[in-house]
Design a protein around this ligand. Structure first.
Ligand SMILES: Nc1ncnc2c1ncn2[C@@H]1O[C@H](COP(=O)(O)OP(=O)(O)OP(=O)(O)O)[C@@H](O)[C@H]1O
Length: 260
């Protein structure tokens, strides 16, 4: 099956500092892939290379076979890519619903001229997208907050709002950057349920960066482990957790020797 996302020898340098070196892997349609590795391994930088926030120093990134290196994040959204951030990027003075609706912008028919004219088909699409946004908030048990300014809500709820915004775009490829960070146990369980349901209902491919190994084991088909900007291994979450190279990267060589 052709890859939805394909990375070929992606490298990234900042000045003389190597952040990513020749990272290569494919993600087939419908797969949930975990991107894991110790702090500073380069996971978020790799996400930024995929989503157009960074331009790799070398290598290729293709989505459905189309080279996207050098494409602006806003254009990638129109190609079916959505992402969340380690620290939710919300408009804090806007309401929760207004934040979520930003994700539906790419689905409005026409362009700025027809939007400003508010033609009937634009208004109809806006109504449908608004109803979907409220439905997503309801599913996350956040409908009560729709009219509240985002700044009144907690970090955990900001994560939920950002996920709703990404899902409203109906992405073909969704990048989740540490969606469980800072969430309570119950919130992580709810997040796992949401991602499972989305995968069952939508034609979606997901790449998730996460330190929460419970979430990675529960959700992913495969993981790629990064260490010092390089791909260390690729396999199932269980294979990664028992791989001596991965244990050494996380815990140091002594841990591997102790386990032997
Ligand atoms: N804009 C930048 N300029 C310089 N160095 C950067 C920049 N962005 C990232 N780095 C460096 O790249 C390396 C990888 O960082 P990155 O945030 O991608 O790692 P990570 O695996 O996501 O880490 P964590 O799990 O802690 O979030 C780090 O050493 C970081 O300091």
């Amino acid at each position: 099956m052709a890859a939805r996302l394909s990375l070929g020898d992606v490298s990234l340098h900042f000045g003389g500092v190597m952040v990513l070196e020749d990272v290569t892997f494919d993600v087939e349609p419908g797969v949930i892939l975990g991107l894991v590795g110790p702090n500073g391994a380069g996971k978020t930088s790799l996400f930024n290379c995929i989503s157009g926030h960074y331009k790799p120093s070398g290598g290729s990134v293709t989505i459905d076979g189309i080279e996207v290196v050098g494409t602006a994040p806003s254009s990638l959204a129109r190609h079916g890519l959505a992402r969340t951030f380690q620290h939710p990027a919300l408009q804090l003075d806007a309401t929760v619903l207004q934040n979520v609706l930003l994700g539906g912008h790419t689905r409005l028919p026409g362009g700025p001229v027809s939007w400003s004219l508010r033609l009937p088909h634009t208004r109809r699409a806006e109504r449908e997208i608004r109803a979907e946004a409220l439905g997503l908030l309801r599913r996350e048990q956040l409908e009560w907050a729709a009219g509240r300014p985002a700044e009144e809500l907690s970090h955990g709820l900001h994560k939920g709002i950002e996920l709703c915004r990404a899902l409203l775009a109906k992405p073909a490829l969704l990048l989740l950057d540490e969606p469980a960070a800072g969430l309570s146990h119950g919130e992580v369980e709810q997040l796992i349920d949401t991602i499972r349901r989305v995968r069952a209902e939508e034609d979606i491919t997901i790449v998730v960066v996460e330190h929460h190994m419970g979430l990675i084991s529960a959700l992913t088909d495969r993981v790629v482990v990064l260490d010092h900007g390089r791909k260390l291994m690729e396999g199932t979450a269980a294979q990664a957790q028992s791989d001596p190279r991965v244990i050494e990267a996380y815990l140091g060589k002594d841990a591997v020797d102790d386990a032997a």
